[in-house]
Ligand binder design. Structure first.
Ligand SMILES: Cc1cc2nc3c(=O)[nH]c(=O)nc-3n(C[C@H](O)[C@H](O)[C@H](O)COP(=O)(O)OP(=O)(O)OC[C@H]3O[C@@H](n4cnc5c(N)ncnc54)[C@H](O)[C@@H]3O)c2cc1C
Length: 449
């Protein structure tokens, strides 16, 4: 992850008059509260806290005229650290944060991009509704919903974008477009997986699901024989009912598993009876009901800022990959990786995620059962890179939202051949001047196959 510190440079350009009251610049009282993100210390020349799509259009027009770099920011949790910059403009969507229940019986909801998933869960819970999203309440809607959304309800309800019914975007020319399966369906296909390349999303419509009581459990296993344990754990996950989502944090000798699923007797029985076969009994096991919104409680703003500064100052490389299955050789490679990396996290995906056909949207990886992520600090980076290369033969694609590198290889792993080619051609149609090239930029012409 990138880090920048020191006093911010003086702004080199002025903003249009229409944006004067919503622009925060170096030296302004609020500047320190808006310049950084969760993963990066930034020094933008201007942060525009937009009120509506017109402010976004004005900012884009100004950026295009002056050639100043511009980036959108919703929750500021992007792992690739691209939602702030140095001496550029940031379109801050945090004011566009309304969550609206359009139809409580069908579960149709409209969520503005600047809301955070904790707000969404809190607004839906009183209606007995929930939306599959990530595991962290202060992640923003805009970044996650333009990429995928792997979370605690994925095995039961799929990815966040699998429930998207429409998206509203400001395109590079400043026009506001509402896209769905009947209106500019090719753009709607692209937004669900590669959205940041096509515009600034202002709002989404989602089909929420009935979700009432949720059981959350934490189990710690002795995993001294890590590879054997991972193989057994993977088999147990693949055999588990899709109601249960396993989400382990791997440590060198023990594994902590957080599970989450609806408060359903089948899940309770599964948790009681179906630990990884052949493993020793858990060292710690706790389970209990939780309201869906409690999985997404939002920390106070000051705590969030402090955490962001700590993360930006220490975090370095994050590497993600997807796996169809965890074979014994893959488990051996992962066990070695765990000794080298700062943190390794494995999530179960599969089940409902794989019900969506791979052609339905740009997010087309629909055979995998596991998502692996390794993170490290600078001193351990070489070790991570070396072990990650050894894992490559076992990986099948990646989820861009967990990636810090933004090059050709990442695009090719995220979007298999024909998907990437189609995205490149849509980029030429919707963003021919490459205004939205800030994160995982699609090229102008397809990569040679
Ligand atoms: C602590 C933590 C936990 C996480 N947990 C999960 C998880 O459980 N599941 C999961 O799937 N992901 C998870 N992520 C990854 C997260 O989903 C992505 O990083 C996501 O992009 C963050 O969204 P954001 O709006 O907060 O990000 P931002 O930093 O605001 O933006 C990220 C990227 O999206 C672009 N962007 C933001 N808003 C818009 C918009 N409205 N229109 C167009 N482009 C936009 C930005 O320019 C940037 O390139 C986690 C990240 C962190 C830091």
């Amino acid at each position: 992850m990138q880090t920048t510190s020191g006093p911010p440079p003086a702004p080199k350009h002025t903003c249009p008059e229409s944006l004067a009251t919503v622009t925060i610049r170096p030296g302004d009282r609020d500047y320190d509260a808006v310049r950084h993100t969760y993963t990066r210390l930034g020094s933008p020349a201007a942060v525009i806290r937009v009120r509506d799509h017109q402010d976004i259009a004005d900012t884009l027009a100004h950026a295009r005229t002056t050639g100043v770099p511009v980036t959108a920011r919703s929750g500021g949790h992007g792992i690739s650290s691209r939602s702030t910059n140095d001496q550029g403009m940031v379109i801050d969507l945090s004011r566009l944060n309304t969550v609206e229940i359009l139809d409580s019986r069908s579960g149709l909801v409209r969520v503005e991009a600047g809301a955070r998933w904790g707000d969404v869960a809190a607004a839906l819970a009183p209606h007995g509704l929930g939306l599959s999203s990530g595991d962290t309440g202060d992640v923003g809607v805009g970044g996650l919903a333009t990429a995928g959304g792997i979370g605690l309800m994925s095995r039961l309800h799929g990815l966040t974008i699998d429930h998207m019914r429409a998206a509203e975007l400001v395109l590079a020319d400043g026009s506001l477009i509402r896209t769905d399966t009947e209106h500019s369906p090719d753009l709607f296909w692209a937004v669900r997986g590669a959205g940041t390349n096509f515009g600034v999303a202002t709002a989404f419509e989602f089909q929420a699901q009935p979700v009432r009581e949720v059981i959350v459990a934490m189990t710690v296993y002795d995993a001294a024989d890590t590879a054997a344990f991972l193989t057994r754990w993977a088999a147990a996950v693949e055999a588990a009912p899709r109601l249960a989502h396993q989400f382990p944090d791997a440590r060198r000798r023990s594994r902590r598993e957080s599970s989450c699923g609806p408060g359903d007797d089948r899940v309770r029985r599964h948790r009681r009876d179906a630990g990884p076969r052949g493993s020793r009994p858990p060292i710690v096991g706790r389970a209990g009901p939780a309201q869906p919104r409690n999985r997404h409680s939002l920390p106070p703003a000051a705590a969030r800022r402090a955490r962001a500064a700590a993360c930006a100052a220490t975090a370095d490389r994050v590497a993600p990959g997807l796996l169809d299955h965890i074979t014994p050789p893959a488990a051996e490679s992962m066990a070695a990786l765990m000794k080298a990396a700062g943190m390794v996290q494995l999530r179960s995906v599969g089940a409902a995620v794989n019900d969506t056909p791979p052609t339905a949207m740009a997010s087309s990886h629909r055979t995998q059962n596991f998502s692996l992520m390794a993170a490290t600090v600078p001193a351990l980076r070489d070790g991570l890179d070396e072990h990650w290369e050894r894992l490559q033969p076992h990986l099948n694609g990646l989820y861009l939202s967990f990636e810090t590198r933004t090059g050709r290889r990442q695009l090719q792993d995220a979007f298999p051949g024909p998907v990437l080619d189609r995205l490149v051609s849509l980029k030429a149609q919707y963003d021919p001047d490459h205004v939205f090239d800030n994160n995982f930029a699609l090229p102008s012409v397809p990569f040679p196959h």
